[in-house]
Design a protein around this ligand. Sequence first.
Ligand code: ATP
Ligand code: MG
Length: 231
Amino acid sequence: MEFFEYKNVVIESPNSLEAEAYRKLELNISMKATANKLQVIQCTSATPEDGKTTTCINLAAVYAEKKKKVIILDFDFHRPKIHRAFHKVNDQGFYDYIRNDVDYHDLIVHDESGIDLLLTGKHLSFPHIVLGSQKTRNMIDSLRNEYEYIIVDTPPVLSVTDASIISKIADGVVYVAAYNKTKKDDSKEGLKQLRDNNANIIGGVLANVDVRKTKGYHGYHYYSDSNRQDQ
Ligand SMILES: Nc1ncnc2c1ncn2[C@@H]1O[C@H](COP(=O)(O)OP(=O)(O)OP(=O)(O)O)[C@@H](O)[C@H]1O
Ligand SMILES: [Mg+2]
């Protein structure tokens, strides 16, 4: 597998068009949050490697930049990557809360960026059962009192049921598609599955757009879900 360094453009190149596109995503989310508070925000997509984790880390960085208290939960137990994006060791995390009853406060990693992280820790079997459990809900309910924003990284919708299960706990879902990669039919099917689960789709991100080649697009393009009902 090819090794790459995750790029948090909001932190590493705050003046770039890409960083600005993530700020626009945050702005759009805040505008959607008029009646209902959007506090627990899930990022997902149809298929692997669409840019879910990249979206999570950059959106969290926008909140941190605004001095908001933010935590990322790595709820992708199939391909956990948040530790890699922040150069942390994934030696403890959600697994220890679930299986060993460790106080989750003791498992939270504080990154120097101001972003807190709850990593996966050891491999968790049957994550779909665990994620639908009362214990998971209890933790999220408590985190709601401790953080202004909780960003949840999840696996692809078409691979496993985990993302659909988490969408019931999340206040809103940011749906990611990779430009020139995610197949349109897959993206539609994933969106349909989320909608069938009554997920609140708060918008989408078109990731992997090369600003140099694609005139008119920003690095990460936000699109609203409101006009996609019939697509
Ligand atoms: N800075 C970068 N340089 C090169 N490639 C990158 C970079 N950031 C992301 N990628 C590529 O884009 C892909 C998708 O990134 P990301 O991990 O955010 O997607 P994902 O949807 O979370 O993937 P997964 O399904 O594995 O969880 C990566 O597998 C990698 O190939
Ligand atoms: Mg990922």
